[in-house]
Design a protein around this ligand. Sequence first.
Ligand code: CO
Length: 662
Amino acid sequence: MSDQDQVKMTPMDYDKDRPEADNPVKIEDLTLRDGHQSLFATRGRTEDMIPVAEMMDEVGFWAVETWGGATFDTMHRFLNEDPWERIRTLKRYMKKTPFSMLLRAQNLVGYRNYADDVAEAFVERAAANGMDIFRTFDALNDYRNFETVVPVIQKNDKHFQGCICYTMTEPRMGGKVYNIDYYINKAKDLEQMGADSICIKDMAGLLAPYDAYALVKALKENVEPPIHLHSHFTSGMSPMTHLKAIEAGVDIIDTCMTPYAYRTSHAAIEPLVMTLLGTNRDTGFDINQLANINTILEKEILPKYKHLLDDTKVSIIDINVLLHQTPGGMLSNLVNQLREMDALDKIDQVYAELPKVRKDLGQIPLVTPTSQIVGIQTVNNVLFDDENERYKMITAQVKDLCYGLYGKTAVPINKDVQKKALKGYERGEEPITCRPAEVIEPELAKAQEDVKGLAVDLDDEVLYAIYPVTGKRFLKWKYGKEEPPEEVRAKTLEEGKAEEELIRKARAGLLVEKKEKPAPAKTENLRTFNVFVDDDSFEVGVDEIGGPPMVNYVQQMPAAPLAPAAPAAQTAPAAPADPPVKEAAPAPAAVEGTPLKAPMPGMIVNYEKQVGDSINEGETVVVLEAMKMENALPAPASGTIKSINFSSGDSVAKDDVLCVIG
Ligand code: CO
């Protein structure tokens, strides 16, 4: 074939003879929120959404998800971006397509129930900044946690989408708790509350295709509002689940653009468009236009984020989700936690214990934040319980759950566990049965007082009210009162490409590892120089000690190839890197008595006793935070506190002696 015979390929005309569908499936695109939250630890920056925003606005999506979930947290904490500003900026580029956000009901965009005044102000401001659809969920499916936010959504004439978190206790939908009647009743409750649409939120990808068919059919028969399906790909079932749901008459499906699809994210839109082409559920989308968006994402945006993708596994499906019915993010959290405690060999015990703990805690769905609460308590039980005593170390969050602070569980909490958890609990030993926020004092006025002179408007104040520590730090960056650190800076496309090139070279064996050679100690005479070799630069330290100058370290700038960063789990709260852990500190030899050792690495929240205080065995001495859960550590013996070796905020290693009782 000569060159002249080669014709330039023109895109196929998919619209030729394409009939208009009677009932097109509507699509919500999640690329700009759940997509990068699931795959790239929520690190997507607004500047990387703008290049495709106008094109995406032309596709014809029912909605684009642009906010909520972990974005609010991650943006102000890690990206030095004002989360409110993102909505306003994207609105300038996307004028036609409604914006959707994920709202954790009374938890807003945080990890606990906030006071009603903060919840009202938050929804008010989200609506004013441009949010159109409020996808609202509660981790326990306790809709009393909707009672404050929903009227504000409705008062602002915005779309209230009510979620039912999908979970199960059996291999397939059914059993005593999460059976089809459960879901129908929940949907009826949402309809009663005035839901404009109802979303099945399948955060772990557990919804099997034929169950989806039965579920969607039943919901369509029993309630009026349109049915929307949000099903993560994690287990690999979701493309099949989508198709069966469509056959059953689902109205709206969630998908991502291909580069942000699959793994723990969602199925891609492009195969679905082609699957439905020419049918009565045809999306009507232009596949060529989607391809153009893909090209920009793939070539201009993704190189900046690829290092965040967990590419340690070849497989894109997490088989453990099918085996253990736990969200992918929760599993990686459990593994990390066990690794930190040198107990990875106990993973099978954790898998066996998990359903027991979940049952004890009322068979709650596993979604932020309940997945962490159940997961960490499970690990505590495996590590610390013995044949004589169960639930030896109960986290503060489990105590809150037992008190009723998260809401009502699907089945009652195990009475013995509840009693043990609430013994000495600060709010009271008798659990509440009212709506949880009723016991939370107003918080907004105090927050406003706290940031007087720093916050400029209500948006700033609400941000601070939800995230006091990182929120205040962000406001200082925002108003130039503090210099933001280097790590919150955006990575450029060039840096991303340079990194990839280094990784490619390393894979091809072209990067030679330096021989380990002990470096001589640096002295105060050390001087540093920048040395440039072609396009690479090195920082070189030169130490002159009585002889010729001697090079004692070479460090490549600005960044050597990164080890793949562990992406924050899909459902896990994004948290700053843990502070470095100190070496185990032995008990001072002079103090005699019974030591209380740290059972796990963590951070001291506070000591409840001082040196000289008398204490009874079992009383709380110190509260230790590990994996974002607080653990009250009891005294191993009765006596007097002889010494305290750390203070609030200190990081401790496993087996560090926290105090001595004599
Ligand atoms: Co999701």
